[in-house]
Design a protein around this ligand. Structure first.
Ligand code: IMP
Ligand code: MG
Length: 339
């Protein structure tokens, strides 16, 4: 399929980075594209190293895949330069001239805004302030204006659409999740952009005709790093501790301990519908009992089995996605691939 899209079905941190990296390794896409801002941390465990990527596409794990940042990407240049170094992906990186630079004044402004930092729980990277300046048509710096990024700048829509015409495939990695969508989420406890598949396509400069599989990523529970609704929030200190340690449920950009709640079926159905998800990717199944998958075993017991059974409701939600990937550990290949 031409453009496979990875979206979050909850409040971000579903494991989109891991799923994207896995898909990029297996599917050998020509391009791995990321859109959105540096408020989203995507974590990839690869070759005994942990990469927390705020800007570089997770598809960097495949050396044959070129890495693309679209016009809907917001960049903190210092952070991107660090990620170029640690991933070694600089020689494969392409940046749209209209990607926006988040400047220190944006970050300072957001961090100084008590309401944004308190009530909304902003990660404080400055993304919101940069998006606002763009909407207000204020003076901004774009990737094309940044001498440190000049070497990477290229017309992304032209490049990608020419590749599509030649039948090349690509992966589009979205950020955050349904609860945090500015359009469809739990306003005002949302981020400053929409977080659904169609918007990601637009942010990359791709038309809807080229959408391939849409992978909706879910955990068997919901986490939220900031304020806002969480169904049946977990308050048991011992259980929370398990999530924060074994489940690594600590904000990768914010450093905050994530709140934990139960799997929200209504939200999951909405995710399938609005994104027209064709594939379900489940991560963190290892946090449930009955999911001790030694490689090759495909059967679950206990809570894991029960959870997998509830997914049938999602598979009956149009367009009837299939359970495609089940991630049972942080490693890149700790995945049961049922495609
Ligand atoms: P902002 O987008 O940084 O302003 O944050 C707005 C809300 O979205 C806050 O509750 C953040 O914690 C949350 N948020 C933003 N990005 C992410 C993410 O990538 N993962 C999880 N929560 C996020
Ligand atoms: Mg994250």
């Amino acid at each position: 399929m031409p453009v496979d899209i990875v979206v979050g079905g909850q409040a971000g941190d579903e494991g989109k980075g891991k799923i994207s990296a896995y898909l990029a390794s297996k599917n050998d896409y020509a391009y791995s594209i990321r859109v959105g801002g540096p408020n989203a941390g995507h974590t990839v465990f690869y070759k005994d190293k942990i990469y927390t990527l705020k800007t570089m596409p997770s598809g960097f794990v495949n050396p044959r895949t070129r890495l693309v940042l679209g016009a809907g990407t917001y960049i903190i240049t210092d952070w991107l330069e660090k990620e170029i170094k640690i991933t070694g992906g600089g020689d494969r990186l392409i940046i749209d001239p209209n990607a926006v630079i988040v400047e220190p004044r944006h970050t300072k402004e957001e961090q100084g805004d008590a309401r944004m930092m308190g009530k909304i729980g902003s990660v404080g990277t400055g993304l919101g302030a940069a998006v606002r300046d763009r909407i207000e048509r204020k003076k901004l710096r774009f990737a094309k204006d940044e001498p440190r990024l000049k070497q990477y700048v290229q017309d992304v829509p032209e490049l990608l659409n020419k590749a599509l015409a030649k039948g090349r495939s690509m992966l589009l990695e979205g950020t955050q999740g349904m609860k945090l969508s500015l359009l469809h989420g739990e306003y005002p406890f949302v981020t400053s952009r929409d977080t659904t598949a169609s918007t990601f396509m637009g942010e990359a400069g791709l038309g809807p005709k080229y959408a391939g599989d849409v992978y909706a990523v879910f955990k068997p529970y919901v986490t939220r790093v900031g304020p806002g609704p969480v169904a049946k929030e977990q308050t048991d200190k011992k259980l929370l501790n398990k999530y924060h340690t074994a489940g690594r449920e600590v904000g990768s950009v914010s450093g905050r301990l994530r709140r934990v709640g139960e799997f929200e079926m209504g939200l999951a159905k909405k995710t399938v519908t609005i994104n027209s998800a064709t594939m379900l990717a489940i991560t963190h199944i290892d946090l449930l009992d009955g999911a001790d998958i030694s490689k090759g075993t495909r059967s679950f017991t206990g809570s894991a089995k029960k959870f997998m059974a509830t997914l049938e409701v999602l598979c009956r939600t149009y367009p009837n996605p299939k359970v495609a990937l089940i991630s049972y550990g942080p490693g890149l290949f700790d995945v049961l691939d049922l495609r």
